[in-house]
Design a protein around this ligand. Structure first.
Ligand SMILES: [Mg+2]
Length: 223
């Protein structure tokens, strides 16, 4: 008896291409202009101060921009860069520069599960802020009311069984009554080790023979 469903985003509810080809390039292209234009906002001031603190030097705005661009180009997950990307994405969503991608089958099924009283959660390596922005601005409307909570890597890595134990403890639901959905085998293995139920979304890939996880091509196959 499943009481809660925890879903991954990239490759599961949403396309890998949206994050890789839309979100990150948008943040990279708008980084300089956003910081220069918004440098007097408290949130941007604090990102600039954090950038100086990480580097251990008192950077001026242009030096901080150069550092943030260098981290972005190296795909480094440094906190001030992640915070800045979140602000740039928020502005992009609000201006309608793009919408959060979600597969129609995922949107339909998430709504149905919510209506049935299942508790829905997100667990993604993107920040909780980025997760909420994506689900708040989709072609199917604001889907954030469907979710009871969001987890990112603050709870632990997605390939570490302990993370799934922490999540089921936070949900106060026994692990075997929690279903985890993902497109990555190693994440599913970790969840299964922790005692969760698992389903593997193999949207564009060929199903694997002898897999230890139930495989489906879309949310439509989930009852
Ligand atoms: Mg994924």
């Amino acid at each position: 008896m499943i009481k809660a469903i925890v879903t991954d985003i990239e490759g599961t509810t949403s396309s890998l291409a949206f994050v890789k080809d839309v979100l990150f390039p948008y943040a990279r292209a708008n980084l300089e202009g956003f910081v220069r234009n918004q440098q007097h906002l408290p949130a941007v001031k604090s990102i600039l101060a954090d950038t100086s603190a990480v580097v251990g030097a008192n950077l001026d705005t242009e030096q901080a921009i150069a550092q943030l661009l260098a981290w972005s180009d190296a795909d480094q997950k440094i906190t001030p860069l992640k915070s800045l990307q979140g602000l740039i994405w928020e502005a992009g969503y609000q201006q309608g520069a793009f919408q959060g991608h979600i597969y129609a089958d995922a949107a339909t099924k998430l709504k149905a599960w919510h209506a049935q009283g299942l508790a829905l959660y997100v667990y993604s390596s993107g920040s909780v802020q980025a997760q909420q922005l994506l689900f708040a601005h989709t072609p199917f409307g604001d889907l954030t009311p469907l979710f009871s909570g969001y987890f990112d890597t603050h709870i632990g890595g997605k390939r570490d069984p302990a993370s799934y134990l922490h999540i089921s403890a936070e949900l106060a639901i026994p692990a075997q009554q929690v279903l985890f959905l993902s497109d990555i085998k190693e994440e599913l293995d970790a969840a299964k080790t922790a005692g969760l139920q698992t389903v593997w979304l193999v949207r564009d890939a060929q199903p694997e023979p002898h897999a230890e996880h139930r495989q489906v091509a879309s949310f439509d196959a989930l009852v």
